[in-house]
Write a protein that binds this ligand. Sequence first.
Ligand SMILES: O=C(O)CCC(=O)C(=O)O
Ligand SMILES: Cc1c[nH]c(=O)[nH]c1=O
Ligand SMILES: [Fe+2]
Length: 355
Amino acid sequence: MAGNLPQQECKPVSTGVDKDNLVIPLIDFGPFLNGTPADKHSVGIAVTEAFKTSGFLYLKNHGIPPSVVSRVFASSARFFARPQAEKDSLGWTTPQSNRGYVARGREKLTRPDDKSNVQALRSANPDLKETMEIGRDGVEGLPNRWPDHIDDEGKDFKQVMQSFFQTCKELHTQVMRAVSIGMNLPESFFDEFVDAGDNNLRLLHYPPIPRSVFSSNPDQVRAGEHSDYGSLTLLFQDARGGLQVRSPKGTFIDATPIPDTIVVNAGDLLARWSNDTIKSTKHRVVEPPKPANSEAEDSSDMYPARYSIAYFCNPNNDKFIEALPGTYGEDLHIPKKYSGITSGDYLVQRLTATY
Ligand SMILES: O=C(O)CCC(=O)C(=O)O
Ligand SMILES: Cc1c[nH]c(=O)[nH]c1=O
Ligand SMILES: [Fe+2]
């Protein structure tokens, strides 16, 4: 091939995190959304490869404008600034519904061995967060807990969140198409599994907190170690930092915020669906990291608030989830590791364990 320049392949992947054998790539999703079939193929492979190795990736050019994300963060912050009694009046009710306001200390993400253990964990190191959980709107018997009857701001909140819910639902479908390609399945394989949008939009607020809370208790976290439950999570973080992902060595590595990206991670049900070829990796939220090159001690006694938004994606509630074609078989000498399960039942089981 002397004299021929090698064809420059379109490789829309760079490195977001690389430490202790944890590699979280930064993937440009633009070529998937707008590119040629070859572009789509290479992005599909990259996305699936990331889910099979670290279980996490950063996505850029994902099609959700920064102005939309800022508007959701602003509306979320105004919601959490409401009087406690107002928020409590919109309280989360049941795992079946998974909708409404969750006050500080009510959910403890770290999975307990049994219920009595949850109580012990909760009182020792409660998660230092409050959340608002929003489900698919208009489901009979499972109303969202909108603040729209309270004031105009509440009406605006409802509109902003309903619209964002749809936007994220579409991105879920696209990322699952990328996974289909990477798993050698027809591109639209997952479409019928995710078209209902039985997802959960979670707004998170980690309030300002004295540094001493962490310095006096090494086990204190903002959100305990856990893996997510469903297919994928789309995680939007502010610039504060504190999200950490567990490396293959068992250490927790900062997943530093990268502006205008979404952290996307695979959930337990997708791992199960893929016969464990895809990984759902543990993560947690701790105090913000020290700025890299700051010599002076920060004089403030408080860590500022952190806001994030997790869009938990799930297969349709009524779908039966069993090992994907190509992930098991006699020819591969790989058995099916799990029995099939209905998506909605699986999710309710998981939610019941943490509230
Ligand atoms: O706040 C974050 O960055 C992560 C939250 C999270 O992992 C969760 O709620 O499942
Ligand atoms: C961690 C978690 C909480 N709530 C959900 O609906 N899904 C999840 O994965
Ligand atoms: Fe999570």
